[in-house]
Design a protein around this ligand. Sequence first.
Ligand SMILES: [Zn+2]
Length: 448
Amino acid sequence: MLKKILLVSTSVILVACSSTQLSNIKPAPVAELNQPLNIIMVVADGMGPAFTSAYKFYHDDPATPEMEATWFDRHHIGMSTTYPAHVSGLVTDSAASATALAAGIKSYNGAIGVDVDKNPVRTVLHAAKANGMKTGLAVTSQIVHATPAAYIAHNESRRNYDAIADQYFDLRYQDDFWVDVMLGGGTAYFDREDRNLAQEFTAAGYVYATEYAELAQIQVPSRVLGLFAEKGLPWALDDPQPNRLRTLTEHALTHLQNDEGFFLLVEASQVDWAGHANDIAGAMAEMQDLHDTLLLLEEFQRAHPNTLVIVTADHSTGGLTLAKDGEYRWSPEYLHHIPVSVESMVLTMQEKDMNGTERVQYLEQVLAFDLTIEQEETVVLMDLSQGLRALTAQIKPFIDAKTNTGWTTSGHTAIDVQVYASGPHADKFAGQQDNTDIAKAIFAILDK
Ligand SMILES: [Zn+2]
């Protein structure tokens, strides 16, 4: 109903503008008038300011004198705090921050869609559904991971993955499911011994897909449960599907488009995971997939200008710094040549049972730079029977040394993060804000 009224007022303004007598009357910007039909919330998990700066330098074309603008440059609009409820101190986890972004309330670390007293809270996804909009999510973690879970489910702990998966099926809005399209990882939680939710969703009319290639075969529009890994998807560097987040987002959009609008949550989940692993090559590959996804959304907005896109991070991870140890240098150019994750390098060395010399040769070939004498010694002495984490921790510092990348923690930090927005009502996300304000602004749009 609102849409029709707004269409009329827009055309009135167009008529007014064409009349010379009224040429002094300034029309309100169309973006102010238009209620967005579609809302796309993008959470880049762990993406503090150092990650977008790093990506800008990584993305730069060294053949041109200027620094090429990124999507982030075009749409930066504000900053947001990330701190959780007082009881959890100043450093948030992804569950408390997702609950803040989804429901507009501060909660404790670990909380999924519940307040500090563990009472369920209403989220913007719930509000969208109640408005008659379709809802969806496209993420690179398991779909029951903290960020997507906080938009849908209510649980005292993010670790209760099975219970959260159950809620995706069991919680209803007037006998209907809360989410129409769910794309990401997590077969382990939906196809279990004690309950087969994949089967239950199929029986309820959802198309269940487990291979990316199946996505193109699904009739549009459909309700879809697409789970493409047991837990999280492979790293962007290792996934056979290039730009997996962009692919999932593109398919989600085709199924969600409808006259009543939609709410889509997109999460670049593994920027955070690369931050926890202090893995700069992995982080830039995740940022690349995110950036390609944002370019896709920019294209979608050109075709559907009544779409609001909001992008933020839930916190920053790893204490990433671009230069360290007093040296004025950050050299991302070495990252472009690294074709697989460090984990995958270790697995290759283990599978082929490489000796010391073979390992050095292999690493120099795959990293595309020479190791120092000390680094070669480390590789020769490496005990390949150690766990993946211990082994990758010995190799990643070679990339940090070459690029001069620093990290201060394997966890999160308390700094503010950037907010980006474009489309109708983007201005509602401008300036310095609290992370709960982002949800409050979305509620204000949806509850009109
Ligand atoms: Zn994290």
